[in-house]
Design a protein around this ligand. Structure first.
Ligand code: SAH
Length: 274
């Protein structure tokens, strides 16, 4: 267990230690702060010490229900779980709490800046000079793509790109345009949110598009619930990939034309011949 005085957050905006007398909105408005923290892909060992310390010092934790459930309750800490569709409201609530003097952590899985809450908080700050002046820090976490790649070997060892396949916040036409551009550049690709119950056909369309341009031997990794007890890692050639291999807990990596197997590992060579 880490000491709250440990100088982990050198130069940080966090106070050195929690105020044990804190029991509600602090009277000193200047003492409030907000951290947007990444909890990593699931395993407690992959939560950074910096994030752990912020959680130890927090008075309020906000986030999507399953992420807040990963934070241990304790005296002096109020947990505010909320539904996934309420990101901007959650961001505003977090900023308002910090402005009132609370020590607030907004939690995301993986990294908070990768298809997660950090952007929502900055979006909520737009037009609010008071909120822009607050002590706000983004604490990085291990994003699903990196945890999945590490499990498999080094499939992202050369150039790669990342695409969120959810069309909740952008039109499908834009996803398709970016996919085609990445395929044209022969890069490895990591797909977040590949398939959900509400849009089961998206990933079928993606596979169809891959089959138009890639050879049947192209390697695909399906990394499900990495670093949790439900973890499952599958590597198949494009010819054998099926839509059912992906769900909302899966991160999909599509290799480039040079991605290959070595023993039980998958890697992408660091160099490409001139
Ligand atoms: N901020 C998160 C991503 C949120 S989007 C991060 O940096 O990891 C949610 C998507 O992330 C899921 O649909 C899935 O594609 C991926 N994901 C999150 N945790 C995962 C895990 N443990 N294993 C595999 N994929 C995961």
């Amino acid at each position: 267990m880490m000491s709250p005085q440990a100088p982990l957050l050198r130069g940080s905006l966090l106070p050195e230690r929690a105020d044990p007398a804190w029991d509600g909105l602090a009277p000193d408005r200047m003492s409030g702060w907000l951290c947007i923290a990444g909890l990593g892909p699931g395993d407690e060992a992959l939560v950074t010490p910096e994030v752990r310390q912020a959680l130890d010092q927090a008075s309020d934790v906000l986030g999507y229900i399953p992420y807040v459930a990963r934070v241990a309750p304790r005296a002096g800490l109020t947990l505010h779980p909320s539904d996934n569709r309420e990101e901007l409201d959650r961001a505003r609530a977090a900023l308002a709490l910090a402005a009132a003097g609370a020590r607030v952590v907004v939690v995301s899985s993986g990294d908070p800046g990768v298809f997660a809450m950090a952007t929502a908080v900055f979006e909520a700050m737009e037009g609010r000079d008071d909120w822009q002046a607050l002590d706000v820090r983004v604490l990085p976490g291990i994003t699903a793509m990196l945890a999945a790649a590490a499990r498999a070997g080094a499939p992202l060892g050369h150039d790669f790109c990342t695409i969120n396949l959810s069309d909740n916040l952008k039109p499908w036409a834009l996803i398709e345009k970016r996919l085609r551009a990445a395929l044209g550049a022969d890069m490895a690709m990591a797909f977040y949110n590949p398939r959900s119950a509400s849009r089961p056909h998206t990933f079928e369309q993606v596979l169809r598009l891959l089959r138009e341009t890639c050879e049947p031997e192209r390697l695909l990794l399906f990394a499900r619930a990495i670093s949790t007890p439900q973890e499952r890692l599958r590597c198949v050639p494009l010819a054998d990939a099926t839509p059912g291999m992906a769900d909302m807990r899966t991160l999909v990596i599509v290799g480039s034309s040079t991605t290959r197997r070595v023993g039980r590992f998958v890697y992408t060579p660091r160099s490409v011949a001139a």
